[in-house]
Design a binder for this molecule. Structure first.
Ligand code: 6PG
Length: 253
């Protein structure tokens, strides 16, 4: 894939530290230019260390909590206190240990009827919309990569981009025993972001990562290939195990 920045870290710990550095750097830039920082969080296990790190040491002081607004790229259709809730995970690891104002947390309401949850979230995005858009140009989007090539809840075989005004979709897909009903942002919303940061860790991701970055263009089978911001920058922050099948070497850390 073109215009993709690849950074390879030794192991998950240094990957998470680099992700935290990236987040506070982009946050500083966003606040100095626009007075606020709009960030989209990912679900899944990979960002768990990052969320914990943000509540400790230098990062806790460097996140501009009062002007940071937290969103999600996808959510499983479960209540917020369900162990499978992406919001619930961030709440437990991050928000309960940090001074994030409640009014700055914009979760997807997985406990609602899925269509209603998608509409409710699209409405929330409109309140932050950039001129000419129905959603904000996010400053930073965090994404994961599934071993099947999915990202957020854009799964292999999912339909092509919906209409230009559609910010959210209801999806049904099975993966790793996780809840099958989900809400996701559309590629269009991700691709309007200023920075997209994929976090990819572990040998079980090696094949999907190599196919996404170095395989033929096949966004139906490899949905992460749908993410290529038109005016933004995409970075794959990966550990050595995930990078094992890549031909390119990227920037080593
Ligand atoms: C989710 C996600 C999903 C995730 C990948 C990778 O709700 O499950 O947002 O897209 O990022 O499945 O998950 P892991 O980090 O657990 O491998």
């Amino acid at each position: 894939m073109k215009n993709v920045h690849l950074q390879i870290c030794d192991e998950p710990e240094s990957l998470s530290r680099s992700a935290a550095e990236h987040l506070v750097h982009v946050a500083g830039e966003a606040v100095s230019q626009r007075g606020r920082f709009l960030v989209v969080l990912a679900g899944g296990n990979t960002p768990r260390r990052l969320y914990r790190l943000l509540t400790t040491g230098p990062f806790l002081e460097r996140v501009p909590w009062q002007v940071t607004h937290w969103f999600w790229g996808d959510e499983r259709c479960v209540p917020p206190d369900d162990p499978e809730s992406n919001y619930g995970q961030a709440r437990a690891l991050l928000f309960e240990h940090a001074p994030a104002p409640e009014t700055n947390i914009h979760r997807i309401r997985g406990e609602l009827d899925p269509q209603q949850a998608a509409a409710d979230y699209a409405q929330a995005l409109r309140r932050f919309a950039d001129p000419g858009l129905l959603w904000p140009r996010f400053d930073l989007v965090l994404l994961g990569l599934g071993a099947d090539g999915h990202t957020a809840s854009l799964f292999p075989g999912s339909p092509p981009d919906p209409g230009p005004d559609t910010a959210t979709l209801v999806v049904t897909a099975a993966y790793a025993g996780r809840p099958t009903q989900r809400i996701t942002l559309t590629p269009r919303v991700f691709n309007d972001a200023r920075h997209v940061l994929f976090l990819v860790s572990g040998a079980e991701k090696a094949e999907a990562l190599a196919a996404t970055l170095e395989g033929p263009h096949d966004p139906v089978r490899r949905p992460a290939q749908r993410i290529h911001p038109s005016h933004g920058r995409v970075t794959y922050l990966v550990d050595r195990a995930a990078a094992a099948l890549l031909k390119q070497h990227g920037e080593e850390r």
